[in-house]
Design a protein around this ligand. Structure first.
Ligand code: ATP
Length: 306
Protein backbone atom coordinates (compact mmCIF):
# COMPACT_ATOMS: atom_id res chain seq x y z
CA UNK A 1 0.00 0.00 0.00
CA UNK A 2 2.86 2.39 0.86
CA UNK A 3 6.30 2.31 -0.75
CA UNK A 4 8.99 4.72 0.40
CA UNK A 5 12.25 4.66 -1.52
CA UNK A 6 15.50 6.37 -0.60
CA UNK A 7 13.76 9.23 1.15
CA UNK A 8 15.92 12.07 2.43
CA UNK A 9 14.51 15.18 4.09
CA UNK A 10 16.64 18.07 5.26
CA UNK A 11 15.82 21.08 7.41
CA UNK A 12 18.37 23.91 7.18
CA UNK A 13 20.45 22.49 10.02
CA UNK A 14 19.27 18.90 10.32
CA UNK A 15 18.97 15.86 8.09
CA UNK A 16 15.67 14.61 9.54
CA UNK A 17 15.35 11.57 7.22
CA UNK A 18 18.45 9.93 5.88
CA UNK A 19 17.96 7.75 2.78
CA UNK A 20 15.19 5.54 4.18
CA UNK A 21 13.25 2.86 2.30
CA UNK A 22 10.42 0.60 3.44
CA UNK A 23 7.05 -0.78 2.39
CA UNK A 24 3.79 -1.12 4.27
CA UNK A 25 1.38 -3.84 3.21
CA UNK A 26 -2.31 -3.17 2.68
CA UNK A 27 -4.22 -3.79 5.91
CA UNK A 28 -1.22 -3.27 8.19
CA UNK A 29 -1.38 -1.29 11.41
CA UNK A 30 2.15 0.00 11.83
CA UNK A 31 3.52 1.51 15.00
CA UNK A 32 6.04 4.23 14.20
CA UNK A 33 8.31 4.67 17.19
CA UNK A 34 11.62 6.27 18.09
CA UNK A 35 13.12 8.81 20.47
CA UNK A 36 12.35 12.55 20.32
CA UNK A 37 13.73 14.03 17.12
CA UNK A 38 14.00 10.65 15.37
CA UNK A 39 12.10 11.94 12.33
CA UNK A 40 8.63 10.41 12.88
CA UNK A 41 6.62 13.59 12.30
CA UNK A 42 8.72 14.51 9.27
CA UNK A 43 8.20 11.04 7.80
CA UNK A 44 4.42 11.20 8.31
CA UNK A 45 4.29 14.68 6.72
CA UNK A 46 6.23 13.40 3.71
CA UNK A 47 3.92 10.39 3.25
CA UNK A 48 0.91 12.70 3.61
CA UNK A 49 2.31 14.86 0.79
CA UNK A 50 2.48 17.97 2.97
CA UNK A 51 6.20 18.60 2.61
CA UNK A 52 8.59 17.93 -0.25
CA UNK A 53 11.66 15.82 0.50
CA UNK A 54 15.13 16.58 -0.78
CA UNK A 55 15.18 13.28 -2.66
CA UNK A 56 13.44 9.91 -2.90
CA UNK A 57 9.97 8.74 -3.84
CA UNK A 58 6.72 7.85 -2.07
CA UNK A 59 3.86 5.90 -3.54
CA UNK A 60 0.54 5.30 -1.81
CA UNK A 61 -1.91 2.90 -3.42
CA UNK A 62 -0.09 3.39 -6.72
CA UNK A 63 -0.24 7.20 -6.56
CA UNK A 64 3.05 9.07 -6.71
CA UNK A 65 2.59 11.38 -3.72
CA UNK A 66 5.23 13.88 -4.77
CA UNK A 67 3.83 14.26 -8.28
CA UNK A 68 0.13 14.10 -7.40
CA UNK A 69 -0.24 15.27 -3.79
CA UNK A 70 -3.87 16.36 -4.20
CA UNK A 71 -4.92 13.03 -5.66
CA UNK A 72 -3.12 11.24 -2.83
CA UNK A 73 -4.97 13.36 -0.23
CA UNK A 74 -8.25 11.85 -1.39
CA UNK A 75 -7.20 8.41 -0.20
CA UNK A 76 -5.35 9.51 2.93
CA UNK A 77 -6.25 10.94 6.29
CA UNK A 78 -3.70 12.66 8.51
CA UNK A 79 -3.85 13.75 12.13
CA UNK A 80 -0.93 16.09 12.80
CA UNK A 81 0.70 16.40 16.21
CA UNK A 82 -0.48 20.03 16.47
CA UNK A 83 -3.94 19.89 15.00
CA UNK A 84 -6.37 22.77 14.71
CA UNK A 85 -10.13 22.86 15.14
CA UNK A 86 -12.67 25.45 14.10
CA UNK A 87 -13.77 26.50 17.58
CA UNK A 88 -16.96 28.22 16.40
CA UNK A 89 -18.27 25.10 14.65
CA UNK A 90 -20.14 22.30 16.41
CA UNK A 91 -18.86 18.73 16.30
CA UNK A 92 -21.41 17.91 13.64
CA UNK A 93 -20.55 20.98 11.54
CA UNK A 94 -16.81 20.25 11.83
CA UNK A 95 -17.21 16.69 10.61
CA UNK A 96 -19.58 17.77 7.83
CA UNK A 97 -17.15 20.47 6.73
CA UNK A 98 -14.29 17.99 6.44
CA UNK A 99 -16.53 15.46 4.70
CA UNK A 100 -17.50 18.08 2.10
CA UNK A 101 -13.87 19.16 1.71
CA UNK A 102 -13.10 15.51 0.96
CA UNK A 103 -15.79 15.62 -1.75
CA UNK A 104 -18.25 13.26 -0.08
CA UNK A 105 -21.65 13.35 -1.72
CA UNK A 106 -23.77 16.10 -0.07
CA UNK A 107 -26.60 13.65 0.58
CA UNK A 108 -24.30 11.44 2.69
CA UNK A 109 -22.61 14.10 4.74
CA UNK A 110 -24.97 14.39 7.74
CA UNK A 111 -25.26 10.65 8.11
CA UNK A 112 -21.49 10.21 7.88
CA UNK A 113 -20.85 12.91 10.48
CA UNK A 114 -23.21 11.16 12.90
CA UNK A 115 -21.63 7.77 12.17
CA UNK A 116 -18.08 9.04 12.78
CA UNK A 117 -19.16 10.87 15.94
CA UNK A 118 -20.59 7.55 17.13
CA UNK A 119 -17.31 5.73 16.44
CA UNK A 120 -15.50 8.34 18.52
CA UNK A 121 -18.03 8.42 21.37
CA UNK A 122 -18.96 12.01 20.57
CA UNK A 123 -22.64 11.47 19.77
CA UNK A 124 -23.85 13.41 22.79
CA UNK A 125 -21.59 16.31 21.79
CA UNK A 126 -22.76 16.53 18.17
CA UNK A 127 -24.31 19.94 18.75
CA UNK A 128 -21.65 21.32 21.09
CA UNK A 129 -19.12 23.84 19.81
CA UNK A 130 -15.54 22.64 19.47
CA UNK A 131 -14.50 25.43 21.86
CA UNK A 132 -16.50 23.80 24.65
CA UNK A 133 -14.88 20.36 24.35
CA UNK A 134 -12.32 18.94 26.78
CA UNK A 135 -8.75 18.23 25.61
CA UNK A 136 -9.52 14.54 25.03
CA UNK A 137 -12.75 15.29 23.15
CA UNK A 138 -10.93 17.79 20.93
CA UNK A 139 -8.39 15.09 20.17
CA UNK A 140 -11.17 12.67 19.23
CA UNK A 141 -12.84 15.27 17.03
CA UNK A 142 -9.53 15.87 15.23
CA UNK A 143 -9.22 12.12 14.61
CA UNK A 144 -12.79 12.14 13.28
CA UNK A 145 -11.96 14.98 10.88
CA UNK A 146 -8.95 13.03 9.60
CA UNK A 147 -10.97 9.88 8.87
CA UNK A 148 -14.43 11.19 7.97
CA UNK A 149 -13.93 10.19 4.32
CA UNK A 150 -12.88 6.64 5.33
CA UNK A 151 -9.48 6.89 3.68
CA UNK A 152 -7.50 3.88 2.51
CA UNK A 153 -4.53 5.08 4.57
CA UNK A 154 -4.79 6.79 7.94
CA UNK A 155 -1.70 8.50 9.38
CA UNK A 156 -1.82 9.53 13.02
CA UNK A 157 0.85 11.48 14.85
CA UNK A 158 0.58 10.92 18.60
CA UNK A 159 -3.20 10.37 18.50
CA UNK A 160 -3.58 9.38 22.12
CA UNK A 161 -1.73 12.23 23.80
CA UNK A 162 -4.09 13.91 26.21
CA UNK A 163 -6.56 11.03 26.30
CA UNK A 164 -7.58 9.32 29.54
CA UNK A 165 -7.04 5.53 29.89
CA UNK A 166 -10.64 4.75 28.92
CA UNK A 167 -10.45 6.92 25.79
CA UNK A 168 -7.11 5.30 24.87
CA UNK A 169 -8.67 1.88 25.13
CA UNK A 170 -11.56 2.90 22.89
CA UNK A 171 -9.10 4.44 20.43
CA UNK A 172 -7.33 1.07 20.19
CA UNK A 173 -10.73 -0.54 19.53
CA UNK A 174 -11.49 2.11 16.89
CA UNK A 175 -8.23 1.40 15.03
CA UNK A 176 -8.93 -2.34 15.05
CA UNK A 177 -12.49 -1.66 13.84
CA UNK A 178 -11.36 0.66 11.00
CA UNK A 179 -8.71 -1.84 10.02
CA UNK A 180 -11.02 -4.87 10.04
CA UNK A 181 -14.26 -3.31 8.76
CA UNK A 182 -12.93 -0.64 6.39
CA UNK A 183 -9.64 -2.31 5.47
CA UNK A 184 -7.78 0.85 6.43
CA UNK A 185 -4.01 0.74 6.48
CA UNK A 186 -2.91 2.69 9.53
CA UNK A 187 0.39 4.18 10.68
CA UNK A 188 0.43 5.45 14.26
CA UNK A 189 3.33 7.27 15.87
CA UNK A 190 3.39 7.06 19.62
CA UNK A 191 5.65 7.03 22.63
CA UNK A 192 3.30 4.81 24.61
CA UNK A 193 4.64 1.44 23.59
CA UNK A 194 2.58 -0.71 25.93
CA UNK A 195 -0.55 0.65 24.27
CA UNK A 196 0.66 -0.02 20.71
CA UNK A 197 0.78 -3.74 21.57
CA UNK A 198 -3.03 -3.71 21.70
CA UNK A 199 -3.50 -2.96 18.03
CA UNK A 200 -0.29 -2.61 16.00
CA UNK A 201 0.77 -5.47 13.74
CA UNK A 202 4.12 -4.04 12.61
CA UNK A 203 6.82 -2.04 14.33
CA UNK A 204 8.89 0.59 12.49
CA UNK A 205 11.69 2.00 14.63
CA UNK A 206 13.38 5.27 13.62
CA UNK A 207 16.45 6.86 15.14
CA UNK A 208 18.39 9.85 13.83
CA UNK A 209 16.42 9.74 10.59
CA UNK A 210 17.25 6.11 9.86
CA UNK A 211 15.29 2.88 10.21
CA UNK A 212 16.68 0.71 13.00
CA UNK A 213 14.13 -2.05 12.59
CA UNK A 214 10.94 -2.91 10.72
CA UNK A 215 9.32 -6.12 11.93
CA UNK A 216 5.96 -7.74 11.94
CA UNK A 217 5.07 -7.72 15.63
CA UNK A 218 3.16 -10.99 15.30
CA UNK A 219 6.20 -12.87 13.95
CA UNK A 220 8.27 -11.34 16.63
CA UNK A 221 6.15 -12.68 19.46
CA UNK A 222 5.84 -16.17 17.95
CA UNK A 223 9.58 -16.63 17.56
CA UNK A 224 10.68 -15.40 20.94
CA UNK A 225 8.73 -16.92 23.78
CA UNK A 226 9.63 -16.60 27.40
CA UNK A 227 8.41 -19.50 29.50
CA UNK A 228 7.77 -18.52 33.11
CA UNK A 229 7.77 -21.28 35.72
CA UNK A 230 6.95 -20.99 39.42
CA UNK A 231 6.89 -23.88 41.84
CA UNK A 232 5.81 -24.41 45.42
CA UNK A 233 9.20 -25.15 46.99
CA UNK A 234 12.01 -27.10 45.33
CA UNK A 235 13.24 -24.03 43.43
CA UNK A 236 16.84 -25.19 43.64
CA UNK A 237 15.96 -28.57 42.18
CA UNK A 238 13.93 -26.90 39.44
CA UNK A 239 16.87 -24.66 38.57
CA UNK A 240 19.22 -27.66 38.50
CA UNK A 241 16.89 -29.70 36.30
CA UNK A 242 16.40 -26.82 33.90
CA UNK A 243 20.13 -26.15 33.89
CA UNK A 244 20.58 -29.70 32.62
CA UNK A 245 17.98 -29.00 29.98
CA UNK A 246 19.90 -26.01 28.64
CA UNK A 247 21.52 -28.46 26.29
CA UNK A 248 18.10 -28.70 24.56
CA UNK A 249 18.20 -26.50 21.46
CA UNK A 250 14.83 -24.90 22.20
CA UNK A 251 16.10 -23.35 25.47
CA UNK A 252 18.63 -20.64 24.75
CA UNK A 253 18.84 -18.84 28.08
CA UNK A 254 17.74 -19.34 31.69
CA UNK A 255 17.32 -16.46 34.12
CA UNK A 256 15.64 -15.74 37.46
CA UNK A 257 12.94 -13.17 37.91
CA UNK A 258 11.78 -14.00 41.43
CA UNK A 259 9.54 -15.90 42.01
CA UNK A 260 9.83 -17.17 38.43
CA UNK A 261 12.42 -19.09 36.51
CA UNK A 262 12.42 -17.69 32.94
CA UNK A 263 13.43 -19.71 29.90
CA UNK A 264 14.00 -18.20 26.48
CA UNK A 265 12.23 -20.80 24.41
CA UNK A 266 12.12 -21.15 20.64
CA UNK A 267 10.67 -24.66 20.37
CA UNK A 268 7.29 -25.91 19.18
CA UNK A 269 4.18 -26.26 21.37
CA UNK A 270 4.74 -30.05 21.56
CA UNK A 271 8.22 -29.49 23.05
CA UNK A 272 6.72 -27.09 25.53
CA UNK A 273 4.21 -29.65 26.71
CA UNK A 274 7.03 -32.26 26.97
CA UNK A 275 8.94 -29.83 29.15
CA UNK A 276 6.02 -29.41 31.56
CA UNK A 277 5.41 -33.15 31.55
CA UNK A 278 9.01 -33.94 32.44
CA UNK A 279 9.11 -31.37 35.27
CA UNK A 280 6.00 -32.91 36.84
CA UNK A 281 7.39 -36.43 36.35
CA UNK A 282 10.52 -35.37 38.22
CA UNK A 283 8.34 -34.33 41.16
CA UNK A 284 8.64 -30.54 40.77
CA UNK A 285 5.50 -29.00 42.34
CA UNK A 286 4.75 -26.63 39.42
CA UNK A 287 2.07 -24.08 40.31
CA UNK A 288 2.50 -21.67 37.37
CA UNK A 289 3.73 -22.38 33.85
CA UNK A 290 2.94 -19.74 31.25
CA UNK A 291 4.28 -17.93 28.21
CA UNK A 292 5.16 -14.28 28.43
CA UNK A 293 5.09 -12.93 24.92
CA UNK A 294 7.66 -10.33 24.02
CA UNK A 295 5.83 -7.11 23.31
CA UNK A 296 6.73 -4.00 21.34
CA UNK A 297 8.13 -2.35 24.41
CA UNK A 298 10.73 -5.12 24.92
CA UNK A 299 11.51 -5.25 21.19
CA UNK A 300 11.95 -1.47 21.07
CA UNK A 301 14.21 -1.33 24.12
CA UNK A 302 16.29 -4.23 22.82
CA UNK A 303 16.71 -2.55 19.41
CA UNK A 304 17.64 0.77 20.99
CA UNK A 305 20.33 -0.97 23.07
CA UNK A 306 22.12 -2.30 19.95
P1 ATP B 1 9.14 13.87 18.60
O1 ATP B 1 9.04 12.45 19.10
O2 ATP B 1 9.84 14.76 19.55
O3 ATP B 1 7.83 14.42 18.11
P2 ATP B 1 9.99 13.22 15.87
O4 ATP B 1 10.53 11.83 15.84
O5 ATP B 1 8.60 13.42 15.40
O6 ATP B 1 10.17 13.83 17.33
P3 ATP B 1 10.73 15.28 13.96
O7 ATP B 1 9.78 16.29 14.53
O8 ATP B 1 10.41 14.69 12.66
O9 ATP B 1 11.03 14.11 15.02
O10 ATP B 1 12.17 15.98 13.89
C1 ATP B 1 13.29 15.35 13.28
C2 ATP B 1 14.48 16.30 13.32
O11 ATP B 1 14.21 17.44 12.50
C3 ATP B 1 14.80 16.83 14.71
O12 ATP B 1 16.22 16.95 14.83
C4 ATP B 1 14.17 18.23 14.72
O13 ATP B 1 14.91 19.10 15.55
C5 ATP B 1 14.28 18.64 13.28
N1 ATP B 1 13.16 19.51 12.89
C6 ATP B 1 11.85 19.19 12.93
N2 ATP B 1 11.09 20.22 12.48
C7 ATP B 1 11.95 21.19 12.15
C8 ATP B 1 11.79 22.51 11.61
N3 ATP B 1 10.58 23.01 11.33
N4 ATP B 1 12.89 23.25 11.40
C9 ATP B 1 14.12 22.77 11.66
N5 ATP B 1 14.36 21.53 12.14
C10 ATP B 1 13.29 20.76 12.39
Amino acid sequence: MITVERLTYEYPETKALDDISFTVQEGAITALVGPNGAGKTTLLKCIAGLVKPYSGSISVHGINVLEEPRKSHEIMGFLTDFFGLYDALTVSQSLEYFALAQKLDKSMVKERAAEVAGLLNLTDKLHSRASSLSRGMRQRLAIGQAMVHYPKVLLLDEPSSGLDPEARMSLAELFLHLNAERNMTIIVSSHILAELDQYAKDLLILKNGRILDHTAATNLSENKRKVMIRCDGGEKRLAAIVQDMETIDAISHVSHNTPYLCLDFSGKDSELSELLHSLINKGIPVVEFFIKREGMQEQYLETMRI
